[in-house]
Every structure is written in C-alpha cells, then in structure tokens.
Design a protein around this ligand. Structure first.
Ligand SMILES: Cc1ncc(C[n+]2csc(CCOP(=O)(O)OP(=O)(O)O)c2C)c(N)n1
Ligand SMILES: [Mg+2]
Length: 325
C-alpha cells in the first residue's frame, strides 16, 4: 500500500520525538547518577537520523558515533535494550559492558556506535565492499561528525570507496564544533562536502534540521547508490542542543566556546518544532493528536527505564568474556 506524504511526515515526527525524549530522559537519569560514564546526546540533530534511516531496510548497514543513540533508534534499535545498556545492566545490548558509546545490533545492520572518532569510516567502507561482493543490493551508511572528517580514516576510506565504486553513503553531521573547537579553526575549506571532489565522490550540503530536505536528498542518493552509481558524501548542517557531553560546562547558558547568538539562531531552527509547525499549518493536524503521540512515546520510555532498573547487573564472571588479548 502506498504511504501518503502526510503519513510519512507523521512517522518522521514520531521518530524524531522518540529520539528527543530518549535523550532528555537519559540526561535526567545521568544527572540522578542512575546512568554512569560518558553520555553524548543527539538532541537537535534528530532530522538527520530520521531522514536518512527512514529509507533504509534491515539489510542495509549503518555505522554510528559517540553521539549515536539517534542513529540506533532510527535504525530500529529497541528502547528497552538501549536503556538497559546505558544503565550497564546485563540485559542491555552489550550485556552492560559497552554503555552509551558501544551499542551494536548486527541483526538490524547496526555495526556499532564507536568511542573512537572516525572509526566508523573503514567499517562502513568494508560493509560496502561486502555488499558489492555479495551483490545483495545492500547499502552502507556511515554517520560522522565534522571533526571526524579531519581524521586519516575519512580520507583513506573515501578514496577506496571511490576507486572501488562502493555502495556507501557518508553522512556528515556538521554541528560546527568538535568538542570546543569551531569547524572554521579546524579546516580551511568551507564545507566538508567540498572534500568529496578530491576523491571523485559526488557530494552535497543540505539543511540537516529539515527532515523533509534530508529525506528527499536521501531518496535520490539511495536510488543512485543502489543502481551502482558509487559512493556519496552528504553533509547535513545542524546544531547540538546540549553540551558536547553531559557535564560540559558550556551547557547551562555559560557560553564558554559557542556564542549566545549562534545558539539562539539554531535553537530557533529546532527540527522537531519545524516539522510540528508544518504538520499543524500545512496539513491541519490538531495539536491534541501530536500530544497523544508524545504521551505514547513517554509511556514507552517509562517502560524502558523500568526494564533497565529491574534488570540485574552483569555477573563478575562476564568480565573477560568477549575480550581479546
Ligand atoms: C581518535 C579520537 N580522537 C579524539 C577523541 C576525543 N573526542 C571525542 S569526541 C571528539 C570530537 C568529535 O567531534 P565531531 O566529529 O564533530 O562530532 P560531534 O561530537 O560534534 O558530534 C573528540 C576529539 C576520540 N574519542 N577519538
Ligand atoms: Mg561536530
């Protein structure tokens, strides 16, 4: 059955809000010390994960980053298992040994988040090589940040993907900062997408806070890549709403490295508020209906948190399992 444009937008809305509410819940649980370790939140960048993953199937691969919750949820990651992993519980995706930055689920094509910046490039490129070798029509998507494009793995991977004509889409989430460093201080070209030309890779820069723009761009790119057109570098301009990590003193209106002006400029372009306005103004969707969506999401999150709280800690005997030396 053909899915209508409105149904698609409502799906995007539900997905983006699920990610946002998951992140806000994670933030408060972190503050309450129920979640430990490093947590980097994706709030503000939801349109990219939703717009990109909305077109992928389970046989397609993604690699994610340290800011990965949104990618995983959009690719079908289970909230209960994700939350339990954040809690470090044995029922989590990695048995509680990975935490926020190492969740993976190969059965969903999620080849892993990664605490090592730029580590996803060779993994996604290898998955693209596998897909091409098997001829199974799968595509590999590599999410990465602006700062990660300064790593050698970016350049080596894009070059190989171009030379081997691999079905890989490199999706840059340009939130304009690598921790506290502005992208302008870290690279001389204006856009990460400019770097595609050096390797003979098609590229584009789009508004990463507009889920419709991301989804439309992705639709065309995916068709071309699946038809054997080779890799693509898609740069999505965006903004993280919170600090680099939970506990970053820049957050809470301290503006230690980002200015109040740029923060306000981007907060006014919140991807979820933008889509909400479109749904209400252009499609006549009532606010009550959107509120019901939110209430359902919050109930799902309550369930995930309760599941995580009730789950047992990993047994000490688990400590060395899966460790290679
Ligand atoms: C190889 C490596 N170098 C440095 C770090 C420390 N580090 C963690 S996140 C980060 C910045 C990443 O910025 P970007 O790629 O733009 O992603 P964002 O955090 O903005 O989403 C750095 C330098 C790391 N984890 N791995
Ligand atoms: Mg960045």
């Amino acid at each position: 059955m053909e899915i209508t444009a409105l149904e698609k937008l409502l799906e995007h809305y539900r997905m983006m809000l699920t990610i946002r509410e998951f992140e806000l819940r994670a933030a408060s649980l972190y503050e309450a010390a129920e979640i430990l370790g490093f947590v980097h939140l994706y709030a503000g960048e939801e349109a990219i994960a939703a717009g990109v993953c909305g077109h992928l199937t389970e046989k397609d691969y993604i690699t994610s980053t340290h800011r990965g919750h949104g990618h995983l949820i959009a690719k079908g990651g289970k909230l209960r298992l994700m939350m339990a992993e954040l809690f470090g519980k044995s029922t989590g995706y990695c048995g509680g040994k990975g935490g926020s930055m190492h969740i993976c689920d190969p059965s969903l094509g999620i080849l892993g988040s990664n605490g090592i910046v730029g580590a996803g490039f060779p993994i996604a490129t290898g998955a693209g090589l596998a897909a091409k070798t098997y001829g199974d029509g799968a595509v590999s998507v590599c999410f990465f940040g602006d700062a990660a494009s300064n790593r050698g793995t970016f350049h080596e991977s894009l070059n190989l993907a171009a030379v081997w004509n691999l079905p890989v889409i490199y999706v840059c989430e340009n939130n304009q900062y690598g921790i506290s460093m502005n992208v302008k201080d870290a690279m001389k070209v204006e856009h990460v997408a400019d770097r595609g030309a050096a390797y003979g890779i098609k590229s584009a820069t789009i508004d990463g806070n507009d889920v419709i723009a991301v989804s439309e761009a992705m639709e065309g790119i995916l068709k071309d890549v699946r038809d054997g057109g080779g890799p693509f570098l898609l740069e999505c301009m965006t903004w993280r709403h919170r600090g680099h990590f939970e506990g970053d003193p820049d957050f809470c209106n301290d503006y230690l490295y980002r200015s109040k002006e740029e923060d306000e400029y981007w907060l006014a372009r919140d991807p979820i508020a933008g889509l909400r306005n479109t749904l209400v103004d252009e499609y006549g969707i009532g606010l009550a209906r959107l509120d019901r969506v939110r209430a359902e999401i919050l109930r799902e999150l309550d369930d995930a948190v309760e599941f995580a709280r009730q789950s047992p800690e990993p047994d000490a005997s688990e400590m060395l399992r899966g460790v290679f030396a």
